[in-house]
Design a protein around this ligand. Structure first.
Ligand SMILES: [Fe+2]
Ligand SMILES: [Fe+2]
Length: 265
């Protein structure tokens, strides 16, 4: 269920301007789904049988999403464009598992879900004959993205219980993600104020920020009230340091060492 409303304002799939906007949004989605192959690395490094099962399933789902978005492009007779640098940055694979589950699954795929469920599902016009099929595909994608977010949240909770110090860098990285993500909307800066759908964008960005903030509080690393600049700077510095360090993390497999206990022998 979408919890943001566009008040019934929809794109016009025959207007060149609207088609260009949709082409941009769908191209980011297509790129994001192509990064589903990163699951291969996550499967290799899976810490448990449960994680291995999840990444196997996720890989199949993401590759299916990739093809579903390709079909959406074809049904609308649109041609994809390369992804925005922010999308590339936010969807990059991380070999350091705590950052992988927190940044990519819980927060990253959470925001992806906001766009699929709250923007695309609402702002595509039902009166257009192509939209019914598109929405059926999007509904499948949304249901599966919910699973990926749930995995990210479950693992983030577990990791924070094991290593409570991670709440500081996690908080700093969340601040940074929330600062970087809205930069994508700058592409629309010129048209935003007058456009029927885009004029809702500033409110949508606020909505996502509030939702992610609440998510962080529920996961236990965002304080009830926003901390002052000194703590924010401290947390962001730690977050960046951990992120830089994570770029040198090696991908190692463990299941071939732990499979007997994992299987209950
Ligand atoms: Fe996906
Ligand atoms: Fe996903």
């Amino acid at each position: 269920m979408a919890d943001f409303t566009f008040s019934g304002d929809t794109f016009d799939l025959d207007s060149p301007e609207d088609r260009e906007i949709l082409r941009f949004v769908l191209s980011q989605a297509l790129f994001g789904e192509a990064t589903g192959v990163y699951c291969g690395k996550s499967l290799y490094a899976a810490r448990s049988l449960e994680a291995a099962r999840f990444y196997l399933r996720q890989a199949r789902q993401e590759l299916n999403h990739l093809e579903l978005f390709a079909e959406i492009f074809r049904s609308l007779e649109l041609k994809p464009v390369p992804a925005h640098w922010v999308i590339k940055l936010l969807s990059a694979h991380n070999n350091y598992y705590p950052l992988k589950v927190f940044m990519e699954h819980a927060v990253g795929e959470g925001m992806v879900l906001d766009i699929f469920r709250d923007v695309l599902m609402q702002a595509l016009p039902d009166h257009d004959p192509r939209v019914e099929e598109i929405k059926k595909k999007l509904a499948v994608v949304c249901r599966e993205e919910e699973e990926h977010v749930a995995w990210g949240e479950k693992e983030t909770r577990r990791i924070l219980a094991e290593s409570p110090w991670l709440r500081h860098p996690f908080y700093g990285l969340l601040e940074l993600q929330l600062a970087v993500a809205p930069l994508v909307t700058r592409v629309f800066a010129r048209q935003a104020a007058q456009h029927r759908v885009l004029r809702h964008l500033p409110r949508f960005v606020d909505h996502v920020r509030t939702r992610v903030w609440t998510q962080g509080q529920q996961l236990g690393f965002v304080p009830p009230t926003r901390p002052g600049p000194a703590y924010r700077l401290f947390a962001m510095t730690w977050g960046v340091a951990l992120f830089v360090r994570s770029q040198f993390a090696r991908s190692t497999s463990t299941l071939e060492k732990t499979y007997l206990t994992e299987l209950g022998f």
